[in-house]
Design a protein. Sequence first.
Length: 762
Amino acid sequence: MLSSVKKQSYFTIAIIVLFSVFIVIAFVFLNGVTSKLNSETESLVHDMVHGNTQAINSMVKADISTVTNYAACSSKYKSRIRVELMTELKNLTEDSGLLNIIIIDEKGDVISYRNEDINVSYRDYFKRAMNGEIVVSETIYSEPDGRMVNVFAAPIYGDYQRVIGVVAGMNNSDVYKEILNLSVSGHEANAMGYIIDSNGEVLMAGASLFGDYTPVGDNLYQSDFVASFTEQELAVLKDEFNKKDSHGMIKSTDNNGKEYVAYYATLGVDRNLHYFAVFPADVAYGKLDGYVNKILVLFLFFIGALIFTVVAYLIFTYNSFKALRKANEEITKVAYEDTLTGYGTWGKFEKDAKYLLSQSYRKFAFVSFDIDKFKAINDMFGHEEGNRILKQIADIVNRNLNNHETFSRINSDNFYLLLVYKSDEDMIDRIKKIIYALEYEITNFAPVISFGIYRITDTKLSIRKMGDLADIAKRTVKYGERSAYAFYNEEMLREIREEKHIENEMQNALDSHEFCVYYQPKVSLGETPYLMGAEALVRWVKNDTVVSPAKFIPLFERNGFIVKLDYYVMEQVCYAMKTWESLGYKDIMVSVNMSRVHLSNPAFPDTLKSICDDYAIPTSRIEIEITESAAYESLEVLTKVFEKLKSLGFHISIDDFGSGYSSLNMLKDLPADVLKIDRAFLTESVNNKRANDIIAYVIKMAGSLGMDTICEGVESDEQITLLKDLHCDMVQGYYYARPMPTHGFEEILKGKHETIRINKEN
Ligand code: C2E
Ligand code: CA
Ligand code: CA
């Protein structure tokens, strides 16, 4: 949870950083684009101005050439025939496209083909031309033409380079008006063009773009255009206008605060003439602004999209964070609440136990318990009933807890408790109290419960490990007849390790024939006892040591290996019987122990039969021993198996009778042939009148039910005498012989063993 929050804040920071970087890049980019566009616009405008300068230049040049050329060949104009001269002027005028070309004598009198009788000696252009200048006049009003004109004037030289007159060409100023203005981005003119001389005098001006007002006026140097210029700036401008060839750009702000940009270029025809184009600043940069605007809009759109994305992301993460927290709460509930009991789970127990144990001043015990054969409860009464019992157990345990204690159902019917205790006695009392409560408070069911207790001596162990130790203790009392408890000790761990070791080796031991069958004679108690047969008892012989079945059979019953082992013993028995047959001993009965584990396997009787068939041993010579306690699991199943075994011809013996709780009344319907009275019974019977009576009763009852009786564990003369008196049919015990390997039993068969008379046919 924490890490996901961290992740989210990292992500948010990353987004912010990215965002900032983006903005910086955008500004740098925009700046770059702006200045690039700026310079591009400038050079574009410059190119256009340059183009226009060329055009104006050639126009002016053409007009000036017309007058200068004519002036050059007019030195004799005074002696020319007047009519001829006028015709010449008329033709020249028409060819040149000028309004009128005239000759003016030194007094200012005009010679014109239009016969105008006027004097222009007062005109500035006349005076200057008489001074030898080639003149382009400012725009003036021409009376004969009735319009505004510009005059191009050139001196006529007579002898000795004396100016003897002037040739002047009037040009319609409208012709220039049209060409002077400039259009940068289309049809409309954006810039107002001027021709200005070195004195700042405006000679020609394009049509006004600024209404009545014009920022330049009659003289640039005195105009609004330079109003904002410092003296120095103005000097620089004047200097520029006095250069032979100059061009450039200047910016200005007029009195009204309006900004202008002007481009200027010297007209090649005369160093004193300059083309001057004035743009309002917003027009000059209009194109640029358009671009910048577009980019700005794009940029804003981008920023908008980005902000939208970020906000959407934040909303989304916030929502998913909320959902995550909710899910986490739910998971915590699932992880910590056992839905079946309503109490804690293993996870909760582990957490709470850790916390409680950290309060080191208390003494704690870790208790594990479960119900023996709980699976059977589910099978018999259904899962609902099983669940009801588990819930009841949890309630009872919960009621029996003190402060600083906790418990939890770990799985199935397994519970863990963490209890505070002072002494072992104290602990035992607690357990007994819980057992009592469980036995009496659970309705409709009397559970057998096994408790394992680990006194927590090492608090550094993990909770799971502590549970393992309590479980080990529990296993040592499991499958007893009543609820019980055991304290964990080191010995148990050693045993567990030994069991692990055995489990690792068992299959290999079976394959390499380390399991051997021993035989213990069974003796008939007649006038003279004789050998009836034997019980097959398995041994694990490894490295010349003989391991008793008590060490491994219970383990094999738990892990299921007993099934393989029993069939193996059965085969070994058949093999031995075959050998004995060949030696002539065909009547020997051998009883073979079969674990109750087989009962759940429907193929069990047939498997035994097929083993006998493999060795051609009649099933009637085999007695199957199954312990009395097998009846607890299901008398019904036991009956069925017995019936099947009987139908296949086997003899059946109920082993260990009297060691448990079964009564003869209970077993009377089982189709068994032999009742095998447990050794424990016998140990008590000799000196105990009551035990004596019971054994007598059992033998009598068995007889009346059609069963033979055999007593095992007979060790003494007294026991033999007693059993003879009570008409017990057979005995088995150290009194006659201990279990022995095959060859030992063969010796007995062959009569080499004195103590037992052998019932030999031939
Ligand atoms: P069990 O079937 O009750 O076997 C009788 C046990 O009593 C044998 O112990 C035997 O050695 C012992 N015994 C016989 N006479 C006397 C006596 O006079 N005094 C004393 N104190 N003991 C006597 P063992 O062979 O150690 O077998 C123990 C148990 O292991 C058997 O009890 C049986 O339940 C089981 N077992 C042995 N072999 C097999 C087998 O092949 N399959 C299965 N499933 N269980 C087996
Ligand atoms: Ca037995
Ligand atoms: Ca027995």
